[in-house]
Design a protein. Structure first.
Length: 185
């Protein structure tokens, strides 16, 4: 509104919350986060804690910076979390960087056990979220969301079909480091 009380805005500039995909995505993200926090809290985990463990299980040896990007937090926040996870025996970090300054991080047996419980709980949330969608609808939703991410980031698909990845691609289960009963160093 202008100072004199008249409405000078163009009706096409007004966002209709009932039809706005951006608003609906934010609402879905908020509902998903709330549901995931609800199942992780009894396990003594936060979303970032879980994300960090999941990333390390799928991509062993990531650095602090790579983990921070993958969990959508700052490097400083991830460093604080990694120190706590290392102190509590969930991860190990090399004392010296094999190359450059990055210290690769790996899950311990305790970290994997904790992650297994959390993954089951999180999978239950995802199953509930996707319960009303067919396999085809789920595939279409994944495709649409990837396209939106690409458009917003201005990135193209990589060879693996994972647009805009900021952390190394996931390894296949056959390529993961086997459980050695302790650290994976």
């Amino acid at each position: 509104m202008s100072q004199d009380g008249s409405d000078n805005s163009d009706a096409s500039d007004v966002i209709d919350l009932e039809t706005s995909l951006g608003y609906l995505l934010k609402e879905a993200a908020s509902a998903l986060r709330t549901a995931m926090e609800g199942v992780l809290r009894p396990l003594g985990m936060t979303m970032t804690h879980y994300s960090c463990l999941e990333l390390l299980a799928q991509r062993p040896g990531l650095s602090n910076s790579e983990l921070a990007r993958g969990a959508f937090v700052t490097r400083q926040s991830m460093n604080v979390l990694l120190q706590a996870l290392e102190r509590d025996g969930f991860v190990t970090r090399a004392t010296e960087a094999p190359v450059g300054k990055a210290l690769p991080t790996r899950l311990t047996a305790s970290g994997r056990t904790s992650l297994e419980r959390a993954s089951a709980a999180v999978r239950g949330v995802e199953v509930r979220m996707l319960g009303g969608l067919s396999d085809e609808q789920q595939a279409a939703a994944r495709g649409a969301l990837r396209s939106m991410v690409r458009a917003l980031r201005g990135t193209a698909d990589d060879e693996a079909g994972s647009p805009g990845r900021t952390v190394p691609a996931r390894t296949d289960a056959s390529e993961r480091t086997p459980d050695t009963g302790g650290s994976e160093e």
